[in-house]
Design a protein around this ligand. Structure first.
Ligand code: GLC
Ligand code: CA
Length: 541
């Protein structure tokens, strides 16, 4: 497989609204990111994925774009954006723009025109259908609850919105839509960005009349066309967000021949703590065996055929230390264990802001404190369906997107040093103990554990290209090896808070040298390997 710079890179995702506020309006901004570039350089990341910063009425915090060639007022100006690109570039950091082109805002000029009349030249930029028996064209549902169809009285038709009513879906079958998007992408490529993170890319080939959303018949044709007309051959990083991809789809998206995207960002491991066939709110404890099975499938079956992302977190997911670790007594140990387990694998790692200091979920007192449209719509819908409000809140505490969106905790001053004003969303009350300033003072902090993992990836070909094998072990332990020619790595993790005998098979007779661990003295003899709570060791042999 041809080697690419992004095989060895680590991506850091910034959710600008909650990162750092420089003008006291309580909202993070572009100048705030510029101010914190040194912090990111110290961590050692190569790439920033910037959640959307384009002009937006913020129905879905920027994932509803009203102008793709302008910057959201609260975030700053295009001049700030150009400065951010230049400053990051000087530090060797590339910037991925979030490409949200399944839908626009209903306040985008195209939609404002389109809804005026059936004869508008922009009408076909969106997906309109006549009523059926006086109601919705069919029973397609929105990801944010309720019907995916909204009646528009002005012209007497429904438009499709797979997300909120203020996010009408673009009609990708229209070649003019595609042409405008290619031009917009080239506008950003010409500015010197590092690539694109493609929002819900799997929906682009949808066929709403057949009720096909993901993986529609024309999806890969459109992606190949996009590739040819925009980033193809330009050595950019492109990553597609896919909730419904298996190995064959992933191999097509991330074909090493370069005809589509660099890599896929898929969520199979993220769905393991929900009841099968139900929604993410329908909770179920994670079984480590399921996690092993799914991670191992992606590690082995995509080998040589494509490229995967490695992540636990993003702006849509709860904090991993609260989810699969222990955000109480063993917060530090479990955060480092989860980092080691993931970063030891093959793929491009993604770190979501605050993960590197072990930020946790939040429990806000009242539903009124929540800001996320998905959470608020679900609350209303489930209340109407007769759910107990306490049960709904339990789901929100476990899975709500605002868990990831509380302000970045910079220090122990008011509002965690995020703003001098009033933050747009509550700060996690644990900021006095969990914050970046404190992490930087402690050489054993989670931050420096991530720094070491990133550095190892830079130096170690086996960590980047080695092939993966799951090892037999105690059921509470996750152990695997990586092999690249004569070099070998082994990662052995106690996934729980009980001391266990690791009982790892397959390393007998090997001399293990510790590269990294989360306890002072970790065992180096597999015959007698007792692992303390959440103990994780990365060896070479
Ligand atoms: C993606 C984004 C999410 C957004 C949705 C609609 O899943 O990650 O935040 O709400 O698409 O754009
Ligand atoms: Ca601000």
């Amino acid at each position: 497989m041809k080697q690419n710079w992004w095989h060895r890179s680590v991506v850091y995702q910034i959710y600008p609204r909650s990162f750092y506020d420089t003008n006291g309006d309580g909202i993070g901004d572009l100048r705030g990111i510029i101010k914190k570039l040194d912090y990111l350089s110290l961590l050692g990341i190569d790439v920033i994925w910037l959640s959307p910063v384009y002009k937006s009425p913020n129905d879905d915090n920027g994932y509803d774009i009203s102008d793709y060639r302008d910057i959201m007022d609260e975030f700053g100006t295009m001049q700030d954006m150009d400065e951010l690109l230049a400053e990051a570039g000087r530090k060797g950091i590339r910037i991925l723009m979030d490409l949200v082109v399944n839908h626009t805002s209903d306040e985008h000029a195209w939609f404002v025109e389109a809804r005026q009349s059936k004869n508008s030249r922009y009408r076909d930029y969106y997906i309109w259908r006549d009523p059926v028996d006086g109601g919705e064209p069919n029973d397609l549902r929105s990801t944010f609850s309720g019907s995916a169809w909204q009646f528009d009285p002005q012209t007497g038709q429904y438009y499709l919105h797979l997300f909120s009513r203020k996010q009408p879906d673009l009609n990708w079958e229209n070649p003019n839509v595609r042409r405008e998007i290619w031009e917009m992408m080239n506008f950003w490529i010409d500015k010197g960005i590092g690539g694109f993170r493609m929002d819900v890319v799997e929906l682009l080939g949808k066929d709403p009349d057949k009720k096909i959303k993901e993986n529609g018949p024309k999806l890969h044709e459109y992606l190949k066309e996009m590739n040819r007309r925009t980033f193809g051959g330009k050595d950019l990083l492109t990553v597609g967000e896919c909730w419904c991809a298996g190995i064959p789809e992933a191999a097509e998206y991330s074909n090493p021949d370069g005809s589509e995207l660099s890599m896929i960002f898929q969520f199979e491991h993220i769905g393991l703590d929900q009841q099968p066939g139900k929604e993410k709110w329908d909770l179920k404890p994670l079984e480590l065996d399921d996690l092993k099975r799914v991670m191992t499938k992606w590690q082995t079956e995509l080998e040589g055929k494509g490229w995967n992302s490695l992540f636990w977190n993003n702006h849509d997911l709860p904090r991993i230390v609260s989810r699969f670790g222990d955000d109480g007594r063993y917060r530090t140990e479990s955060a480092k264990m989860l980092a080691t387990l993931l970063h030891g694998m093959k793929g491009t790692p993604y770190i979501y802001q605050g993960e590197e200091i072990g930020m946790t979920n939040i429990r806000m007192g009242s539903i009124k404190d929540y800001r996320d449209i998905e959470t608020l719509n679900m609350y209303r819908e489930r209340l109407g369906q007769g759910y107990d409000p306490k049960e709904i809140m339990r789901s929100i505490y476990a899975k709500g997107r605002d868990n990831a969106r509380t302000p970045m905790q910079w220090d122990d001053t008011e509002y965690a040093g995020f703003t001098t004003g009033t933050p747009w969303i509550a700060v996690n009350p644990n900021y006095q103990t969990i914050n970046a300033a404190r992490a930087l003072e402690d050489p054993d902090s989670i931050f420096f554990h991530y720094q070491k993992l990133i550095r190892l990836r830079k130096e170690n070909d086996c960590m980047v290209y080695g092939s993966y094998r799951l090892l037999e072990s105690d059921p509470d332990v996750y152990a695997y090896t990586r092999t690249y020619g004569d070099s070998h790595l082994a990662v052995i993790c106690n996934f729980y808070g009980r001391t266990v005998d690791a009982a790892v098979k397959g390393l007998e007779g090997e001399t293990l040298r510790i590269l990294l661990s989360n306890y002072e003295q970790s065992p180096a003899d597999t015959a007698h390997m007792t692992l303390r709570p959440y103990e994780a060791v990365l060896y070479e042999y």
